[in-house]
Design a protein around this ligand. Structure first.
Ligand code: 13P
Ligand code: SF4
Length: 327
């Protein structure tokens, strides 16, 4: 159902635009509008190759905070574009498709989160960056999968913590930091799809391959991993490893950067539960297309608008995250 709606949306935009050289027009409009294009590694390869900067959630927030450009075209999902706006409120932030959401963000609504916080008043609230600006404004510290472990380790052991919205990332962090954070019940639609059965047969078919995974995967998948980390950590790992074959337990578009940096290595994607579905692709990231980037630059919309108070409150835990990040 979701896939059909997304396909329909993309087909509407395609009408009448097929003769345009999008890559050329995007570069022309980018110069004209003094824009910078930031892309997450889950974007399609054509978008990654077009971008001025490609990275994980933490890299992209730092870039958004530092850029001198007047306009940021954010090729990622809405919570990422919101972070860019919060950290650079005077810049225009364009998101090619406003419906580029995230199941983690949707799982955590402000009224419910307020109740959760009120029930555990002595806890500090650490939230994963995959949440709305409203949830950030209700949080003490934001983290990404790159810096979560380091930040949690800076909190005294005596201080209880609530962690939202990803329960699998939270459980993994509890294990590696030896904490007992209370977890919100959210999951990522992509990372819960991987099939343990398929993974075990892939490992048997490729005995020399290392399995690497994003910590949004459930424990049943993570327990098979040779390395667990954020998207940038996974990319770094394959470049530094002497091994030649890797089974990839995250959104497969990440393999574009892995292949570019390591053309001699082989990468294998883990399928979803029925063995051949494309449910390991993030349907929200896939909403951004070259056509929509072109249209966003041409029309200067859709753009991210957040009220001043929300920006002020959501900026505090984000700034604290940047301050507490060690590298
Ligand atoms: P990274 O911060 O590791 O890039 O993860 C973002 C994300 O949405 C994972 O699903
Ligand atoms: Fe959200 Fe999962 Fe897509 Fe990342 S991959 S943006 S966590 S739905």
């Amino acid at each position: 159902m979701l896939k059909n709606i997304l396909k329909f949306k993309n087909s509407i935009v395609k009408r009448n635009l097929s003769n345009i050289d999008y890559a050329f027009e995007i570069q022309r409009l980018k110069k004209l509008k003094k824009a910078v294009i930031l892309a997450h590694v889950y974007q399609s390869s054509d978008i990654q190759d077009l971008a001025d900067f490609v990275g994980d959630s933490l890299d992209l927030s730092r870039k958004a905070a530092d850029t001198n450009a007047k306009t940021i075209v954010f090729c990622g999902v809405k919570f990422m574009a919101e972070v860019a706006k919060i950290l650079s409120p005077n810049k225009q932030v364009l998101l090619p498709d406003v419906d580029a959401g995230c199941t983690l963000e949707q799982s955590c609504q402000p009224e419910e989160f307020k109740k959760f916080r009120n029930k555990h008043k002595n806890h500090i609230a650490i939230t994963y960056i995959n949440c709305s600006a409203e949830i950030k404004a209700l949080s003490d510290i934001v983290v990404t999968s790159s810096n979560a472990k380091d930040i949690i380790q800076q909190i005294p052991k005596s201080k209880p913590i609530i962690f939202a919205p990803d329960k699998h990332l939270g459980a993994y962090l509890n294990k590696i930091t030896n904490r007992n954070m209370l977890l919100w019940d959210g999951t990522c639609i992509v990372h819960i799809q991987f099939s343990e059965r398929e993974l075990i047969s892939l490992k048997a078919e490729n005995p020399d391959a290392l399995f690497i995974a994003h910590p949004e995967c459930p424990e049943a998948i993570l327990k098979h991993a040779d390395h667990i980390g954020s998207t940038s950590s996974l990319i770094k790992f394959v470049s530094e490893s002497k091994k030649k074959e890797f089974i990839i337990g995250t959104e497969p578009n990440v393999m574009h950067q892995m292949k570019k940096r390591n053309p001699e290595k082989r990468f294998i994607e883990v399928p979803g539960a029925d063995g051949n579905c494309s449910c390991n692709r993030c349907p929200y990231m896939a909403l951004n297309t070259m056509e929509k980037i072109y249209l966003a630059l041409k029309n200067s919309k859709p753009d991210i608008n957040l009220n001043d108070n929300l920006i002020k409150e959501a900026k505090k835990p984000l700034k604290l995250m940047l301050k507490m990040t060690n590298n």
